[in-house]
Design a protein around this ligand. Structure first.
Ligand code: NAD
Length: 349
């Protein structure tokens, strides 16, 4: 049995909280990695973990990721993450969401929550009954808000265009072959934008009906979800799961670019070096997938117009180009360059 400080993923997190509410059945962890740039912002995940320690590890890792993501997106926010431990047969009740809202409120604004895996806009509305420190609420009138996925997709699409420019030296995705893993909210949005520009797409999803319907709509090819990582193409765009880039899978890639929305794509830090050694241009996930958090942040900060959100998302390609330029100049993997830039921004350089 070890304390949170002893976890391998403990990275001088400013605070880590465990919450339990007997009445509603809530068990939750909130990790605040850094408030150097502002309140620790990051979504809350509703997930069933085999072990409670896995939930703590997830909160530690994801909150550090949010510090890096928010810093690299130029936002005045630190990094935090919430995890609600789903239990077998337990409904995500209004009482449970209210209890999580009270937990967030008790932190006095050090943590700002929003949607993540297993949570919806409607859930945020429930949480907002108990705390002000919540974002990702329905967009009211002209204001910024609502589902961030289309804006994440916009940023990923722009990032893929930047990668194509970097690696293939062309300014358009027309004729460029892109293999898309996962065509959910973000993946489908990326695929539609690329198809509109004339990219040649191969789509895969464990939900075969979903992949098939989109492939028909866009005139794209379909691949088995197990085979998509080995499809011969210019770009692999991971938009499903994390930890898909491993020693084994990187060895089998037949692409020269990896650029997609999935969080924590590299299974280990060494996998960034492996991509670099193979000459594959990698778009660090937390840089390319920041479109959604930019939307969520401007909503929370009350600074949002749609034009401002899009202007800031428009800076993602330039940020990626800076990372790749530094990677080329120093011979350091893009993933390491991005981490160092982010660490410097949060005062840990
Ligand atoms: P989603 O649940 O809408 O879509 C994920 C899709 O991936 C689903 O269609 C699912 O069936 C499919 N999938 C799951 N396992 C797969 C596998 N092994 N092979 C192929 N397909 C598989 O999720 P989303 O909101 O589109 O997010 C996609 C990824 O991007 C996630 O990793 C998420 O954490 C990350 N992300 C999302 C946002 C956002 O704004 N939604 C922002 C940043 C990062």
């Amino acid at each position: 049995m070890s304390a949170v400080w002893d976890f391998a993923d403990f990275d001088d997190h400013e605070h880590v909280h465990m919450f339990r509410d007997r009445a509603s059945g809530l068990t939750a962890v909130v990790a605040v990695h850094s408030t150097h740039l502002g309140p620790g912002a990051g979504g809350v995940r509703y997930w069933r973990y085999p072990d409670k320690a896995d939930a703590i590890v997830d909160a530690l890792r994801l909150s550090r990721g949010m510090s890096y993501k928010n810093a690299m997106a130029g936002l005045p926010l630190g990094g935090g993450k919430g995890v609600i431990l789903a239990e077998e047969g337990q409904a995500k009740s209004p009482e449970l969401l209210a209890a999580f809202g009270r937990a967030v409120e008790s932190l006095g604004g050090a943590y700002v929550t929003a949607e993540d895996v297993g949570m919806s806009v409607a859930d945020m509305v429930e949480i907002a009954r108990a705390t002000r420190h919540v974002s990702g609420l329905p967009a009211a009138g002209d204001k910024v808000g609502g589902n961030p996925s289309p804006l994440t997709a916009l940023g990923v699409y722009l990032g893929i265009r930047a990668a194509i420019r970097e690696k293939l030296g062309v300014d358009s995705a027309s004729g460029v072959r892109v293999a898309v893993q996962g065509v959910g909210s973000v993946g489908a949005g990326v695929a539609r934008r690329l198809a509109a520009e004339g990219a040649v797409l191969t789509l895969a999803d464990v939900d075969l009906a979903r992949a098939k319907a989109l492939a028909e709509e866009l005139g794209a090819d379909l691949a088995d979800s197990a085979a998509i990582m080995e499809v011969e193409a210019d770009v692999l765009s991971p938009n499903a799961l994390g930890a898909i880039l491993t020693e084994e899978s990187i060895g089998k890639l037949k692409v020269s670019i990896v650029a997609g929305a999935a969080n924590n794509q590299l299974a280990t830090e060494a996998d960034g070096q492996r991509l670099h050694d193979r000459g594959i241009v990698y778009a660090p996930d937390y840089v390319i997938n920041a479109g959604g958090i930019i939307n969520v942040a401007l909503e929370y900060l009350g600074q949002g117009s749609h034009e401002e959100v899009e202007r800031r998302i428009g800076q993602i390609p330039g940020r990626l180009a800076d990372i790749w330029a530094e990677s080329r100049a120093s011979g350091t993997p893009a993933s390491d360059v991005a981490d160092r830039m982010a660490q410097a921004l949060i005062g840990r350089g």
